[in-house]
Design a protein around this ligand. Structure first.
Ligand SMILES: *[C@@H]1O[C@H](CO)[C@@H](O)[C@H](O)[C@H]1NC(C)=O
Ligand SMILES: *[C@@H]1O[C@H](CO)[C@@H](O)[C@H](O)[C@H]1NC(C)=O
Ligand SMILES: *[C@@H]1O[C@H](CO)[C@@H](O)[C@H](O)[C@H]1NC(C)=O
Length: 408
């Protein structure tokens, strides 16, 4: 009896230790977030263990797990017609509001889901729900792109898929088929989807033979660079919920089909040390000592070594490819971009990716709205369906949709 009590107490203490995370006092629903994060960590660690036992790739296992969990959450389609089809060979899901006024042309938005270029899909319950809500509340045609995923496909497949489907949709006869107004189209995405949206928007803006271009881009806590993993937000949030710094770097390496041994040196910025000459031409494009206001810099110091591991960039030249890191683009490219919305969350390693991009766009003359949420965390906008429903999910989603409604 006594030993059972001791065991139970020990088990409770271990659980509490596993679940407890020091979070800033500003974060809302913090216990709920800790439980969600512990659950994600447990799922990831189980998949990593299974991977090391040869039972399958950890990403593929995690995706199967998330998929099964997610299938519990899909909401019925209301007011919206959903069609699964392909655009130039790329799978897409199209959401059209039920026609009442089919004579008028509708606004439209291309949505690119997040999940580290690896997880989830346009069909997952949470994204499906987001796109249904957008189609309905904006009375807009939403195209959600099911680009191919890690670990079976690596960069630039994800980018190429999104670009190909996007170009197909922008063709005049395709827009006409969906009754879309060619002058009122946006591109948007969250996290890794924000990365793809930003990169594809740069490409579409530069091509001189496009009949139609974007009126807006809206990037939700986007991933924008793999150059500096020690920005203030990376330092401050390296153990923050949902997306730790280690996990982000691991997914970058996986995106480039690189060697996992590079993760540790990259965490220290050793892939972009001063002796890596290839990195020098873009270094000032993410110099956060002048791109970030002091309230975000706090007292964090840049991590720049004189010598590092030049072989990393030699092995993964894509680390400096703007199609993967749109924050590294030339100012001449940024100038061509449409009006932009960027959402950032305080509890997010990627906060400064978004803030730096906003600053560079502003300097290039682009009109930018930064929507910064002090009490929110990476990924929150998706979490609006029970059992993962946070008030920050509804709050951020409302702001995003309101901005689109006023600007699209
Ligand atoms: C449009 O321009 C891009 C390069 O900017 C080129 O790759 C593509 O083939 C062109 N497409 C057509 C239809 O001319
Ligand atoms: C990164 O580079 C620094 C400076 O050269 C070195 O001290 C450190 O051991 C390196 N770290 C890794 C993980 O490679
Ligand atoms: C989440 O969903 C549950 C069950 O529908 C509800 O009781 C709760 O209030 C919701 N929480 C938020 C923040 O919306």
């Amino acid at each position: 009896m006594k030993s059972a009590v001791v065991l139970l107490a020990g088990w409770l203490a271990l659980t509490a230790y596993y679940v407890y995370l020091p979070l800033p006092s500003t974060v809302s629903e913090s216990w709920y977030l800790m439980v969600l994060d512990a659950f994600f960590r447990l799922a990831q660690q189980s998949c990593n263990l299974a991977h090391s036992m040869g039972l399958g790739h950890h990403i593929r296992l995690l995706n199967v797990f998330i998929h099964n969990l997610e299938s519990l959450t899909s909401l019925p389609a209301e007011h919206v017609k959903i069609t699964d089809t392909t655009f130039d060979g790329v799978a897409v899901r199209v959401y059209q509001p039920f026609a009442e006024s089919q004579k008028t042309l509708r606004r439209s938005l291309i949505y690119i889901h997040g999940g580290g270029w690896a997880l989830l899909s346009a069909k997952s319950g949470y994204y499906n729900n987001l796109c249904m809500v957008m189609a309905d509340s904006l009375d807009a045609v939403i195209v959600s792109i099911d680009y191919r995923l890690l670990p079976d496909f690596h960069f630039p497949t994800q980018y190429d898929d999104v670009l190909q489907a996007t170009k197909h949709f922008l063709l005049p006869d395709v827009l006409a088929q969906y009754s879309v107004d060619p002058t009122r189209i946006a591109i948007s995405g969250d996290s890794a989807g924000g990365n793809l949206a930003a990169a594809v928007c740069q490409e579409i803006s530069q091509e001189d033979n496009m009949t139609n271009r974007f009126k807006l881009q809206a990037l939700i806590y986007p991933v924008l660079q793999s150059f500096d993993f020690n920005t203030p937000s990376y330092q401050q949030n390296k153990l923050s919920p949902i997306l730790t710094r280690f996990l982000m770097v691991e997914y970058w390496v996986e995106y480039f089909n690189g060697n996992y041994d590079f993760v540790q040196p990259m965490l220290m910025n050793n892939h972009t040390s001063l002796d890596v000459s290839k990195a020098s031409s873009v270094r000032d494009r993410l110099d956060w000592t002048f791109l970030l206001p002091s309230r975000f810099r706090k007292n964090y110091q840049p991590i720049t070594h004189t010598t590092g591991k030049a072989e990393i960039i030699q092995n993964i030249p894509a680390l400096l490819d703007v199609r993967a890191g749109p924050l590294l683009a030339d100012k001449a490219v940024l100038r061509l971009l449409p009006k932009t919305y960027i959402m950032t969350c305080e509890i997010d390693v990627l906060r400064d990716d978004g803030l730096m991009y906003a600053k560079r766009l502003e300097k290039a003359g682009v009109e930018v709205t930064i929507d910064h949420f002090e009490d929110c965390f990476h990924g929150c906008m998706l979490f609006t369906v029970w059992p993962i429903n946070f008030s920050s999910g509804f709050h951020t989603r409302d702001h995003y949709i309101k901005w689109l409604n006023e600007n699209l």
